[in-house]
Design a protein around this ligand. Structure first.
Ligand code: MLT
Ligand code: ZN
Length: 474
């Protein structure tokens, strides 16, 4: 986007855009643009000549058709809460979907709802709730993350072990192709065996194939009761064993199972206001367990029975069951603020990795040894979705060092070593945060040539001019 021929096309492009979308749909105001060109962790700073703000699918279509006509690259953006430098523009036109925030349809009998891309996740959860249903996706940034961004990044979060990732929650999508054509794939069908499942191409594509403008999403029965427990364990191995028991004991009612390190808990208590340790203890790990049940009768006894048996078996040191919503909210607050607390502690090498659940303990032991050896002055903050085999294995830059220089310099060797270990364990170097610019070269190195060639072929087929979020993913 830096070459002068592109520069000369930008002004007429913006003029035609303004004609087509009206002044509300286009901004070149640096103040309005500013929050869109940095990521929330303050790691990446980009720029854009224009912020496009369509209010309808037709306006997205007009914008992309004009971008095609003028040969302009485009970066789509949702809530801008991503982790992998995928949605920050570097000279591309930025298209923000936030004004497209209508609820198009709620169909409780079909357990489905159709929302536009700019609907924020907490609003989506409320829409489902009002219809007497559950939309189960849940994650730390749910107050800002949008449906379009969550689809484009195939978001995960804290309920994946029961309900799956975004990929599993989408019945249909509507998308605008790079040339401006609209594809209406908003089918609310559980069964549709008519060839390639094209919607899946757009889920997790990070805007590299087109712009997702709306989606039909799955709804679930709303649990009548949730039981939450804060459990002290001595090792990730015990946590994994506890998960297997919890699933068997409750007949599959485990909807949350999150691992929290004592060090991370300490950071939350230090940096996040109004937090309190639910059960002070010296052990190195905590597990947050949530059960979701269709009837209140017997729910508490089920959790108590599970924990009593686990204490008896020596898997659990101590445990506290939330007595009310406030106590359960406190437990979840600690879990959900691990990431901001880590940010307050310092910049970190982020490793969003996964292994088969059966290998989590081995990964944690070997990974911890590796960090002690290669980054003895950094802090390891390993936490997260142990029930999915997905650990956020983050390592902060050593205190007192220029953090950015460390992350961009010798920290890279630490990342390589952790990723080598993950590869050896048959895991993934990006479990739920995606690829963006951050891991683009890394996946090209680690995936087989045949897999990369299939991905590139899809990209060429849908975006032959490489104008959609270029330089991300493939
Ligand atoms: C989380 O689960 O809290 C985030 O995905 C993790 C992170 O910030 O690394
Ligand atoms: Zn996570």
């Amino acid at each position: 986007m830096a070459d002068s021929s592109v520069q000369s096309r930008i002004d007429p492009f913006i003029a035609r855009l303004t004609e087509a979308l009206g002044p509300k749909g286009v901004s070149i105001d640096p103040q309005e643009i500013a929050p869109h060109v940095h990521d929330w962790r303050g790691r990446w700073n980009g720029s854009t000549p224009v912020l496009v703000k369509p209010a309808s699918t037709e306006e997205v279509s007009k914008a992309l058709a004009l971008a095609a006509e003028f040969g302009i690259a485009v970066t789509p953006q949702g809530g801008n809460s991503g982790m992998v430098n995928g949605g920050v523009p570097y000279g591309e036109a930025l298209i923000s979907l936030r004004r497209m925030n209508k609820v198009r349809e709620v169909d409780p009998l079909n357990d489905a709802m159709t929302l536009e891309a700019g609907v924020v996740l907490t609003q989506a959860q409320e829409v489902a709730d009002k219809a007497g249903r559950l939309f189960p996706l849940s994650l730390g940034s749910e107050g800002v993350a949008t449906i379009g961004g969550l689809i484009s990044t195939n978001a995960g979060g804290v309920a994946v072990l029961r309900y799956g990732m975004m990929r599993d929650l989408v019945l249909g999508i509507e998308a605008v192709l790079p040339d401006g054509r609209i594809w209406n794939g908003l089918r609310g069908l559980r069964k549709d065996n008519t060839g390639y499942d094209l919607k899946q191409l757009f889920i997790g594509a990070e805007g590299t194939l087109g712009v997702v403008t709306a989606a039909t999403l799955k709804l679930f029965p709303k649990p009548a009761v949730k039981e939450t427990a804060w459990v002290v364990v001595k090792s990730p191995a015990d946590a994994v064993e506890l998960l297997a028991r919890a699933r068997a004991w409750t007949g599959g009612a485990v909807t949350g199972f999150e691992l929290i390190p004592a060090f991370g808990l300490g950071l939350v208590l230090k940096h996040i206001p109004d937090t309190r340790d639910p059960l002070p203890a010296v052990a190195p790990w905590r597990v947050l367990i949530e059960l979701s049940l269709p009837r209140p009768e017997g729910a508490r006894e089920m959790m108590e029975g599970l924990l009593a048996e686990a204490i008896e078996a020596g898997l659990v040191g101590d445990a506290a069951i939330a007595e009310n919503i406030a106590q359960s909210a406190m437990m979840w607050k600690i879990r959900e603020t691990l990431s901001p607390a880590e940010k307050a502690h310092g910049k970190a090498l982020k490793h969003d990795v996964s292994v088969p659940v059966s290998r989590v303990a081995e990964f944690m032991e070997r990974g911890e040894a590796l960090v002690k050896r290669m980054a003895p002055d950094g802090d390891l903050i390993a936490f997260g979705h142990v029930g999915d085999g997905n650990i956020h294995f983050n390592v902060t830059a050593p205190q007192g060092r220029d953090a950015e220089a460390y992350l961009e310099g010798e920290g890279k060797a630490v990342t390589q070593a952790i990723h080598d270990l993950i590869t050896e364990l048959n895991g993934s170097i990006s479990a739920e945060h995606g690829v963006g610019k951050l891991k683009r070269d890394e996946i090209a190195r680690r995936k087989s040539p045949v897999e990369m060639e299939m991905m590139r072929a899809v990209k060429r087929a849908l975006d032959p001019e490489n104008r959609m979020n270029p330089g991300r993913v493939v």
